[in-house]
Design a protein. Sequence first.
Length: 227
Amino acid sequence: MTALFQVADRVWVAETAAAGVRPSAHRGDLRAAARLPEWRTVEFLAGRGLLRELLAAVHPVAAGAGVTADTRGKPGLAGLPDVGVSVSHSGGSVAAGVAVGRAVGVDLQHPAGCVPASLARRILHGHADRVAALSPERTAEEVAWVWTVQEACVKASGAGLAGRPWAIEVRPGSRSGRWGAYRWISLRDRSRTPFSCAYSAYSAPSAPPACGTEVAGRTPTPEKDRP
């Protein structure tokens, strides 16, 4: 099983290379993959495979549920509205998030080779000049970290790009914070690839969750649920 992390109460994430994940064989996932261009199929099924591994580890009753999408494209689980899910892909890596009684969004982003100054200013707001003074590699990395927070927040809200993620101000180097009703965490101590998670406040599910968090002989250590 891929290593997973509990980042808050009832919120778990996992991230790994797509090649290291067993692709999902769920019928619904295979049907969805069949509608995609061939070049996207491998990454898509790896992401769904990681999501199902994570569900099997932390909320087994949901591991076989079909993945649905609302009118804005936000994913969910058929018949399980209290379970939030999210998947991200970037450059041969995949990430997944699961939350029970919360909405969740995850985003993974390999840094670009070069970041245009106009894009850096759009994403970093008033912090762009300070970050631009770093080496090109460090600038691209910091822009990617900030962008993963912005994307994770609008994924958790369900707004997606319509939520104008670039308008969310995130201080470079930050590890946690808030955006409206959502908290976010950047996994800077856990992932070499920029990877962030956002989640809503806990709302008690309609039925008690059957959550198991022990994976490969160890129990993930929760990060502090920061204010």
